[in-house]
Design a protein around this ligand. Structure first.
Ligand code: 13P
Length: 256
């Protein structure tokens, strides 16, 4: 199941034309790390600009609508993201589950739309602190995987082609500086893998499981070397090349 580690920067609602310089710097440095798959997901207004500014790294959106087009003011479709050159889309981030009340079934419908448009997907799952303290972390995350990942032939094909990824992001570790313990990450990734195998059979082994939540230059090597961790989804530390590139370098070392 070895495949290049996948290091993805999620800019969330941060970015500006000035920050194109950071993307360019990350792109130039990416040539030094051919064994790491690197991508950035900026806000919608910058997706096309970043696409044109970089060559070696992937560019993705942070959400898409379930429909390809139509009367949905303010929304953006997967087909539009594909049309401007995006490679993938992040779906079901906990901030969207929270801010926009996204359900597992909605996220699955978005995933189906993204695959139909030819995009890769990163589906996010993760428990709250309350759920972890109640001993429900594995059950909650397993149910999210069962409910939000796409099913059927298109999903199997995407899994085979390494276009399907899951990001395990414990909600309490996002933007808090409080990173999950490596043994908990290993246990959660194993639980996610089990559900992926149940859903996709052998192809489930080809779905990379990324860890997300306060990943930075200091903790990246330990997390990325952990059993079952196929990469990282990075928020705050993806906003500058100086903060992001050490994480990419740590992934390169993890290769071995
Ligand atoms: P931070 O790295 O800022 O904690 O964000 C993680 C995240 O939510 C990435 O999607």
């Amino acid at each position: 199941m070895a495949h290049r580690p996948y290091i993805v920067g999620n800019w969330k609602m941060n970015g500006s034309r000035t920050m194109l310089a950071e993307a360019r710097a990350i792109d130039r440095a990416a040539l030094r790390y051919p064994d790491v798959q690197i991508a950035l997901a900026p806000p919608f207004p910058f997706v096309g600009l970043l696409r044109e500014a970089v060559n070696a790294i992937g560019i993705g959106g942070q959400d898409c609508h379930t429909a390809a087009k139509g009367a949905h003011t303010g929304d953006v479709s997967a087909a539009m993201l594909a049309d401007i050159g995006a490679d993938f889309v992040i779906l079901g981030h906990s901030e969207r589950r929270r801010d926009h009340h996204e359900s597992d079934s909605l996220i699955r419908a978005k995933a189906d739309a993204a695959l139909a448009a030819g995009l890769g997907i990163i589906v996010c799952v993760g428990e709250t602190l309350h759920e972890r303290d109640a001993g429900q972390a594995e059950a909650v995350v397993s149910a999210q995987v069962d409910g939000s990942l796409p099913l059927g032939d298109a999903a199997l094909e995407a899994a085979q082609a390494y276009k399907l990824a899951v990001a395990y992001e414990p909600v309490w570790a996002i933007g808090t500086g409080r990173v999950a313990a490596v043994e908990d990450v290993v246990a959660m990734h194993a639980a996610v893998r089990e559900r992926l195998t149940a859903a996709y059979g052998d192809a489930g082994a080809k779905v990379r499981i990324l860890y997300g939540g306060s990943v930075n230059a200091e903790n990246a090597a330990g997390l990325l070397a952990a059993q079952g961790v196929g990469g990282a989804l990075v928020g705050g530390a993806s906003l500058t090349a100086d903060a992001f590139l050490p994480i990419v370098a740590a992934a390169g070392q993890g290769e071995g």
